[in-house]
Design a protein around this ligand. Structure first.
Ligand code: NAD
Ligand code: MG
Length: 397
C-alpha cells in the first residue's frame, strides 16, 4: 500500500491522479491533499479519499474549508511550510508534485531531500533548479518519475537500466513531440489579436490555463527541452523537437542502429500517471484503447521560430545554462499571467521573456535561496516591463 501526498490536488493533474488512485483502493491511500484556493473542490476530495491533512494557501481559506469538512477528522494546514511538511512526513511514500509554476519548487525539493518517490509533473522545478534538484534526489536516494507525457514516453522507451549516458546505451537523440498548440495554422498577422479564451483551449489535451497558454506559444516545449536535459542527462545538441499535431506519439528515442522507439496512446494524462504509480506493474488508468482505424494520419513538421519565438528563447536559455532557465521561467510566468489578465497581447509574451533574458547575465546559482531571490527579482522586472507594454498599447489606441 502506498501512502501519497498530492500537491496541487485540485488542478488538472491532481484530479487525474485521484481518478487513477480511486480505481485501485487496495494499492493507494491519501495522506494529504494540497489545493491552495479551491476549497469546495478540496473539501469534496477530502470526503472521497478520507485525507488525513488538507493544505490551503492561507488562514482565510482554512476557515472557509472547516465547515465543509463536517465530521471528517481531516486536519487543516495552511501556508508554504505546510506544503513542505506534508511532502516530507515519515508516513508518506510518494509525493505527486502537481503545483503549477515555480511555487512548486520548495516542496518538490523538500520531498527530494526526504528521499521520497517523486511523481514529477511540475516541470518548472527542473527548469529553475534542474542541477540542484537532480543532485539532491541522487544524494538522498529519491526516485524521480516523470509525469509529463513526453518525458514519461521517453522513460518508457529508454533501456530499463538507463544510467544517464546516451552514448553508453547507443542512443543518438531524444525526440520530443509537440502538438503545435491551437495556432499552428493561424495567419501570423492575426497572432497579436489572440484572446486568452482562445489560447487556453488546447486542441488535444485538457489542462490548466498556464500550461495551455505555454502550449500555444510552444514555451511549453521549450521548458520540456530543459526538463529532458536534466531528467535524462541529455546534452542540448541531442534533443530534437518535432511537431506532431495529433498528439498520439508522445515522444521518441533514436538509437544508433537506426531504430526509433516511440510510445503512443490517447492524449490523456492518466496514462503517464498510472504508469508511474503502478511501477513495476501496468495498472488500469481508465484511458480508452487507441483505435488505429479511427486515426486518419500521423503527421510531422518542423517548428518555425517565426511562429514560436518562445521556443527559440528556451533553446537559447538551455544552451546558455546556469541561471538563464530560471530567468526564462520567471519572465514567462509573469507574461502569461499578464496576458491572461488582458494586460498584454499574446505576442508580447515572447517580448517580455526576451527582454528579461537580454538584461540578465547568466551565472550559475546553486542554492535554493539564491534561485528564489533571482526568481523574485526577474518577476519584479518583468511586471514592470509588462506594465510599460500595456501603456504603449494604450497610447496607440
Ligand atoms: P492547474 O492550474 O490545473 O492546477 C494547479 C494546481 O496548483 C492547483 O491545485 C492549484 O490550487 C495549485 N496551486 C496554484 N498556485 C499555487 C501556489 N502558489 N501554491 C500552492 N499551490 C498552488 O495546473 P495543471 O495543468 O494541473 O499543471 C500542474 C503542473 O503539471 C504544471 O507544472 C504543469 O506544467 C504540469 N503538467 C501538466 C499537464 C496537464 O496535462 N495538465 C501535463 C504535463 C505537465
Ligand atoms: Mg508535456
Amino acid at each position: 500500500m502506498q501512502t501519497l501526498t498530492i500537491l496541487g490536488s485540485t488542478g488538472s493533474i491532481g484530479v487525474s491522479t485521484l481518478d487513477v488512485m480511486a480505481r485501485h483502493p487496495d494499492k493507494f491511500s491519501v495522506f494529504a491533499l494540497a489545493g491552495h484556493s479551491q476549497v469546495d473542490k478540496l473539501a469534496e476530495q477530502c470526503h472521497q479519499f478520507q485525507s488525513r491533512y488538507a493544505v490551503v494557501a492561507d488562514e482565510q481559506r482554512a476557515q472557509a474549508l472547516r465547515p465543509l469538512l463536517g465530521s471528517l477528522k481531516t486536519e487543516i494546514l495552511f501556508g508554504e511550510q505546510a506544503l513542505i511538511d506534508v511532502a516530507t512526513a515519515s508516513e508518506v511514500t510518494g509525493v505527486m508534485c502537481a503545483i503549477v509554476g515555480a511555487a512548486g519548487l520548495p516542496s518538490a525539493l523538500a520531498a527530494a531531500q526526504s528521499g521520497k518517490t517523486i511523481y514529477l509533473a511540475n516541470k518548472e522545478t527542473l527548469v529553475v533548479s534542474g542541477s540542484l534538484f537532480m543532485e539532491t534526489a541522487r544524494q538522498h536516494g529519491a526516485k524521480v518519475l516523470p509525469i509529463d507525457s513526453e518525458h514519461n514516453a521517453i522513460f518508457q522507451v529508454l533501456p530499463q537500466n538507463y544510467s544517464g549516458s546516451l552514448k553508453k546505451h547507443g542512443i543518438n537523440a531524444i525526440i520530443l513531440t509537440a502538438s503545435g498548440g491551437s495556432f499552428l495554422h493561424t495567419d501570423l498577422a492575426d497572432l497579436p489579436h489572440i484572446t486568452p479564451a482562445q489560447a487556453v483551449k488546447h486542441p488535444n489535451w485538457s489542462m490548466g490555463q498556464k500550461i495551455s497558454v505555454d502550449s500555444s506559444t510552444m514555451m511549453n516545449k521549450g521548458l520540456e527541452l530543459i526538463e529532458a536535459h536534466w531528467l535524462f542527462n541529455c546534452p542540448p545538441e541531442q534533443l530534437e523537437v518535432v511537431i506532431h499535431p495529433q498528439s498520439i506519439i508522445h515522444s521518441m528515442v533514436r538509437y544508433a542502429d537506426g531504430s526509433v522507439l516511440a510510445q503512443m496512446g490517447l492524449p490523456d494524462m492518466r496514462t503517464p500517471i498510472a504508469y508511474c504509480l503502478g511501477l513495476p506493474e501496468r495498472i488500469d488508468s481508465g484511458v480508452g484503447a487507441l483505435d488505429f482505424s479511427k486515426i486518419a494520419a500521423l503527421t510531422f513538421q518542423e517548428p518555425d521560430f517565426a511562429r514560436y519565438p518562445c521556443l527559440k528563447l528556451a533553446y537559447d536559455a538551455m544552451y546558455a545554462g546556469g541561471s538563464a532557465p530560471c530567468v526564462l521561467n520567471a519572465a514567462n510566468e509573469v507574461a502569461v499571467a499578464a496576458f491572461l489578465r488582458g494586460q498584454i497581447r499574446f505576442t508580447d509574451i515572447a517580448r517580455v521573456v526576451e527582454h528579461s533574458l537580454a538584461k540578465h547575465v547568466s551565472g550559475s546559482l546553486n542554492s535554493i535561496d539564491d534561485l528564489l531571490a533571482l526568481d523574485k527579482q526577474i518577476r519584479a522586472e518583468a511586471e514592470q516591463f509588462s506594465g510599460s507594454l500595456k501603456s504603449l498599447q494604450n497610447t496607440k489606441l
